[in-house]
Design a protein around this ligand. Structure first.
Ligand code: FES
Ligand code: FES
Length: 938
């Protein structure tokens, strides 16, 4: 590595001088200290992110004398006399500045946690090669992981800066005129801070003198434990201030995202139910807490036999993990319609199948982090979260205080995908800050994040489907058990949502779907993009391929024939009436499907080696919002005396773009230009509750509330001006001082001088607030009713190549058609689709988490840039009568059809079905060998 020196062996602090972003700095540090730590903690350059501290994620990439390096693997002593460039310094370089702009215009930054590392790696490439090709770009960023974007827009942005044009539609940097925001490819409003390194994530800010909090966690899947002398431990360890355990929880030592099922203790009492469960928290000076060796902590463990799978937990007479949950079943789900047994008996063709999927780790690049402080009788927690108001309720219960005395300040979220809906650092921070009256900070290591936070539910699914000779679906019988781990988390939601969706977006007249969430002694499974629907789609979409094959029908035409329309009832008896775009999505693939199948067949006909090609398709539907439960959002907007409009936007933007999309909707409803808006975040002290960022609900629910609030403010302004409904409003929007609003009503102009108007309780001239809760109804005992007001629909086609000797699968292209109702911001929607495809690809082919093994990003593999094929997005706009401007959700919809499309393509290529997903090379190869054996036996 150019310019580096051998690290010294001394561990004591020394002065080390080097240049950072062109400035000479001298730090007092151990020469062995990680450079990433020194940059962030000593120099305040928090643009350099830490995702793993192990060289696996690349989030910490900086330039060291022009070469990209992982700053977490570089000892500070090595950089003495060297030049270090971080993301904060890129704007000073021509290439860096152009890359930052290209990332904005291409929508290449979503959550932004990987963005600094990506930009730095790309800068290094373009400094050496002004005209890289796509493979060179993929090589250059291959060491930097992104969990959000699917890499395609990043690659396009980098190519765009090089001489070779990417040819991708970029987003608009300019603000459109009033009333013209919806449908435009606007640059995300929070984009600048993501590309210049100034975005504040959970670990990026801390009060001066904050003490560190570290959880002591069970090393066993199940164990009894006894504390030794905790007081002596504190006394004997310099710098350690306190140890907190269950007895120190002032309120309830219990929380959970669904209050009816809340069962998770802040600190386990007497017995840990899963590996990684916290039993205590040590608080003290950062150096002392960090230096602590876990064996020093006074606790004795007695390892106990765990239930490691659902069979053990379901065995007759099995001990109960929770006394109040017979048979270790947390909850059951059920949707039944018609007479499935009779219909299957009468069907011309019946197919049985069984599929299994494993735990999947969310692997967002930002591990959980935050800080807390006690302010008089209140507690303030600033942390990464997807659900500030839910956090507020749980923390209030844990501390035994009123929710109004808890303030949750969400930071930027470096990826969530469902797991940051649950509490992580917050309870430990709250208990410690409450007792000590001092600020405290907690930052999870990657391992801590993986061992203790929720995962995608492993599923075991059995299904039986039948159709007529003509290919009409007649019946589906579906059963699934989900391993929900030691605590409930979102297990009830998965159990309830899957039976509603396991038919897929097709008319299935006779249907039975039964689910169970089963407790084991493993890490809790929770929400992960789709709440169990992606697992169900893997089973149901492969079954439909088998049925189509059995009746000799084209697999795409089989789906088109059976697709739901506006007037056919769903499996819960709901008739949507409008906005059912699945047929349009499938039909949009028809020409490409025929061509791709022809090409694959030709390739295979001429193939002499080990490679074979296949094409697969899968459909999807997904209900936006909570299942048959209220989930309102409230949006407040205020008109200031200077003419600016303040949008209290409480939908936490976890990278998906709600800050931008909700503003686009609100702006057009009000008739104001985007440039007139100032955004306030989901801070519970200043912004009403917009619910959680999950279930693909924010565009629909918060967007609709924003539309209503915008329209209400418009009406209030028109009324004040005495103008008619058709009048246009022109906002002054001055940065400072008072301003006028001019209302034009035909030839007449009404001037509202805002400076002369009184301020209301919120400090605005006019405040408008609106709440929207999508209309649903409870499901009856057979699951019949209206679970969701709006569904999103989609279909993916995957083209793949299989190496039959190695068992490896390469995805060549994914074509993704999605009915989004109305594309509020096409660039952001494409970003969701591409990111969903990447996660679906990982789910199909590579990702499986085994609790107790591989608790890092080295062993747990997620797709890197080189794994992701080109993705062609086709946006269908079949408007929802309920959604804002017709819009529907896309976040979860995007991930659901990819895996089954790939798995169907695998069967198309080589005629095998892998029943345990992911279809890793060993499983594919084993299936090939098993098929060969069967064939040889004749
Ligand atoms: S933090 Fe350095 S590679 Fe992940
Ligand atoms: S944008 Fe890459 S990790 Fe979120």
């Amino acid at each position: 590595m150019a310019g580096t020196r051998e690290p010294r062996t001394e561990t004591d602090a020394q002065f080390i001088a080097f240049r950072v972003n062109g400035r000479v700095v001298s730090v007092s540090s151990s020469p062995l200290q990680r450079l990433s730590r020194v940059l962030r903690e000593e120099l305040g350059l928090t643009g350099t992110k830490v995702g793993c501290d192990a060289g696996d994620c690349g989030a910490c990439t900086v330039l060291l004398d022009g070469d990209p390096v992982c700053a977490c693997l570089v000892a500070t002593g090595q950089v003495e006399g060297c030049e270090v460039t971080t993301v904060e310094g890129l704007a000073d370089t021509s290439v860096g500045a152009r890359l930052q702009q290209a990332f904005l215009t291409h929508g290449a930054a979503q959550c932004g946690a990987c963005t600094p590392g990506m930009l730095v790696a790309a800068t290094a490439l373009l400094e050496r090669n002004v005209s890289p090709d796509e493979n060179q770009v993929m090589d250059a960023i291959g060491g930097v992981l992104c969990r959000c974007t699917g890499y395609r827009k990043i690659i396009a942005a980098i190519l765009d800066v090089g001489v070779k044009e990417a040819g991708s539609d970029g987003a608009e940097a300019m603000s459109p005129a009033a009333g013209e925001a919806v449908g435009r490819r606007l640059v995300r409003l929070d984009g600048k801070q993501k590309v210049d390194g100034s975005e504040i994530f959970g670990a990026d800010e801390t009060p001066a003198n904050a003490m560190a909090v570290r959880a002591i966690r069970s090393p066993y899947h199940r164990a009894r434990f006894h504390f030794g002398d905790l007081a002596a431990f504190v006394r004997d360890h310099s710098g350690i201030e306190a140890v907190f355990t269950a007895k120190d929880v002032p309120g309830k030592n219990c929380y959970g995202v669904i209050s009816k099922f809340a069962d998770q203790p802040v600190f386990a009492e007497g017995e840990a139910r899963h590996r990684g469960e916290a039993i205590a928290a040590v608080v003290g000076e950062a150096a002392a807490v960090e230096a602590l060796e876990t064996p020093d902590f006074p606790v004795s463990w007695e390892e106990l036999p765990p239930f490691s799978d659902i069979d053990a937990a379901l065995a007759t007479g099995a001990r109960l993990i929770h006394e109040n949950r017979p048979e270790n079943i947390l909850v059951r789900g059920r949707v039944v319609r018609g007479d499935v047994d009779k219909a299957l008996d009468a069907a011309d063709v019946v197919v049985d199948a069984e599929y299994e999927t494993g735990f999947i780790e969310h692997a967002y690049i930002e591990p959980e982090a935050g800080f807390a402080r006690r302010v008089g009788g209140q507690i303030e927690i600033q942390a990464c979260t997807q659900s500030p108001y839910m956090d507020r309720s749980d923390i209030a219960a844990i501390l035994g205080i009123a929710p109004e005395r808890v303030r949750i300040i969400p930071t930027a979220v470096g990826g969530g995908f469902g797991s940051k809906l649950d509490l992580s650092v917050q309870p430990f921070l709250a208990v410690a800050a409450w007792h000590l009256g001092k600020p405290v900070r907690m930052v999870y290591s990657r391992t801590e994040s993986i061992v203790s936070t929720t995962k995608r539910h492993p599923a075991r699914m059995r299904l039986r489907g039948g159709c007529s000779k003509a290919g009409k679906l007649l019946a589906l019988d579906f059963e699934a058990d989900f391993n929900t781990g030691a605590y409930s988390s979102w297990g009830p939601t998965v159990s309830a949502r899957v039976p509603v969706h396991a038919s897929g977006p097709y008319y299935v007249p006779h249907y039975r779907a039964l689910t169970r969430a089963v407790h084991t002694n493993l890490v809790p499974a929770g929400a992960f993009r789709g709440f169990g629907v992606p697992q169900a789609a893997i089973a149901q979409e492969q079954l439909y391929d088998e049925l189509a094959d059995r009746v000799g029908m084209d697999r795409l035409e089989f789906r088109i024939l059976n697709s739901l329309d506006d007037h056919t009832p769903t499996v819960t008896g709901q008739v949507l009436g409008e906005g059912v775009g699945i047929r349009a999505c499938l039909e949009a693939l028809r020409t490409k499907w025929k061509a791709a199948r022809r090409e694959a067949a030709e390739f295979n006909l001429n193939a002499t080696g080990a490679l074979r090609r296949g094409v697969g398709v899968a459909g999807m539907w997904y209900g936006c919002g909570n299942t048959s439960l209220p989930n309102p959002s409230t949006v407040r907007i205020g008109l200031k005396r200077n003419g600016r409009i303040v949008l209290h936007q409480g939908a936490v933007d976890i990278g998906q773009g709600s800050n931008t999309i909700v503003t686009q909707i609100c702006a057009d409803a009000l008739g104001a230009p985007i440039a007139s808006f100032d955004l306030l975040s989901g801070d519970t002290a200043i912004t009403p509750d917009c619910g959680k960022t999950s279930a693909s609900r924010q565009t629909l629910v918060t967007g609709k509330a924003a539309q209503m609030a915008g329209e209400k403010l418009r009406r209030a302004i028109l009324k004040l001006a005495g103008a008619c409904d058709c009048a246009s409003i022109h906002f002054g929007g001055g940065d400072a001082g008072d301003s006028d609003v001019i209302v034009r009503d035909g030839d007449r102009s009404h001037v509202l001088t805002l400076g002369g108007l009184p301020l209301d309780e919120h400090g605005y001239v006019i405040t408008s607030e609106a709440t929207f809760d999508p209309p649903t109804s409870p499901l009856d005992e057979n699951g019949q009713g209206v679970p969701y007001a709006v569904f999103g629909f989609g279909a993916h086609m995957a083209e793949i190549e299989v190496d039959t000797e190695l068992g490896t699968v390469r995805v060549l292209k994914v074509t993704a058609a999605h009915d989004v109702g109305r594309a509020i911001n096409p660039t952001l929607i494409e970003g969701q689709i591409e990111g969903g495809v990447a996660q679906g690809l990982g789910m199909a082919l590579m990702e499986e988490f085994f609790p107790g093994k591989g608790e890092n990003l080295h062993d747990y593999l997620i797709p890197s840039a080189g794994d992701i094929p080109p993705v062609e997005s086709i946006l269908i706009e079949d408007p929802s009568p309920i959604g804002p401007f017709g819009a529907k959700g896309i976040g979860e919809q995007a991930v659901i059809p990819t895996a089954p499309a790939i798995l169907n393509a695998l069967h198309d290529a080589i005629g095998i079905r892998v029943r345990k997903i992911p279809a890793t090379p060993d499983r594919v190869r084993a299936a090939i060998l098993a098929a060969q054996k069967v064939e040889a036996r004749g």
